[in-house]
Design a protein around this ligand. Sequence first.
Ligand SMILES: Cc1cc2nc3c(=O)[nH]c(=O)nc-3n(C[C@H](O)[C@H](O)[C@H](O)COP(=O)(O)O)c2cc1C
Length: 443
Amino acid sequence: MTGRKAILGLALTDGYGALAGAWRAPHVDADNYARIEANIRYAQAAERGGFTFLFTPDFPAVRGDVERSTISNIMDPMMQLAAISQATSRIGFVATGSTTFQEPFNTARQFKALDVMSHGRAGWNAVTTSDPAVSANYGKPVAERAVRYQRAHESIQVVQALWGSWQEDAWIKDQTSGRFIDASKLRPVNLQGEYVASRGPLAIPPSEQGQPVIFTSGGPSPHLLQLAGRYASGFIAEVWTIEEARAQRQMVRDAAREAGRDPDDIKYFAGLMTTVAPTVREGLDRRLALAGDVIEARLPHLGALLGLHIEPSRYDEPLTPAQLAAAHASPLDPRSSIALDVAREGWSPRDILAHGVIDYHPTTVGPAEVHADHLQKWFEAGAADGFWISPDIYEDGVDAFVDQVVPLLRARGIYPEHYAGATLRENLGVPRQYGPDPRIKKQ
Ligand SMILES: Cc1cc2nc3c(=O)[nH]c(=O)nc-3n(C[C@H](O)[C@H](O)[C@H](O)COP(=O)(O)O)c2cc1C
């Protein structure tokens, strides 16, 4: 492991944080969803901590319980990241964009413009969009997977061709001779697929990193693995255990190798939700204070996860020795073994859930060591190249992570002291690319 360093990304969502009730925390401005100033503050804090990128998941729809919870993603990734780019200088921007609902020409144009205006810090999380609410907003049903992935392959190929269609030495801008561009070096791409097409060229010059970095995210379906293997330099995952992550990371690396690429050219990111607090108890209380109905609603499900019936009157008592002896983890749900481990530490059902055992990602709660231990263990086990962090409450959660956890990671030698370079590619440790990757055969 000598020399290998973990890469960190920060999920940027609704301006509040990963806890459903973060927006109600007394120290949080409830206006933050619509206040770019808040996200700029969090981005600057993450940059202070050497984070390589901000990741904006995106489900452009009103979904879930917005009556009591929040919209849960950023108003508009490209617009907000463009603003954040002007208030930061090193951190990168991985914005989600749909291969299903966006025309590749728009995607190519917006992402490359962000890349140029941020001096080489943009990335595209290319997703195929399977959410019915999002599809409805574009006036279409969710297409079947094979169709979505065919369009995704075509879209990425068109986007990459457009990115490379302005040749790197095309821009002469010689004020004396009066030649602005060598027009012969702006080449049409003339691509016609089954679902998308574009003539090109794109009227945007190269950025300091050539072109944006492609990411993708999701569960490892064969379709997604093939897409990731061919085009992605980053893979954003949802995984619960080290074993699961190691296996998935291996699949992603194998997919890159099969596509003719170097497996080290694709970085695998596991998720982590964090509550940094002086003690575990204080962290659990912080979470419980804002959990609203979420924990109450999940308590019956916890019994199912542990194979137990838990009386509601005992939600605040540790499990009895008889219950602990009878409890067992389901092989079908990796979260159940995590719940069992926490139960064995002697926590009550309510506190077990406050540990985040039924959340979307593993959760760490407590002092800096708890978080650093988790990250180190996963990293050194080869379960990830890096992590995307979702703090419970951005307002103080990003600073707490940066000021308390990052120094520990550095002291343990698993996190860089400084940014390796000025571009997203340099900080990810992935090679420069301009236009399509010549190693990949067209489909
Ligand atoms: C960690 C993670 C993040 C994701 N982020 C997004 C997102 O921001 N927007 C989106 O539309 N889908 C997102 N997805 C969904 C996937 O891209 C994909 O659509 C979903 O896993 C369904 O897979 P399929 O299309 O292969 O059936 C995400 C999935 C995971 C696991």
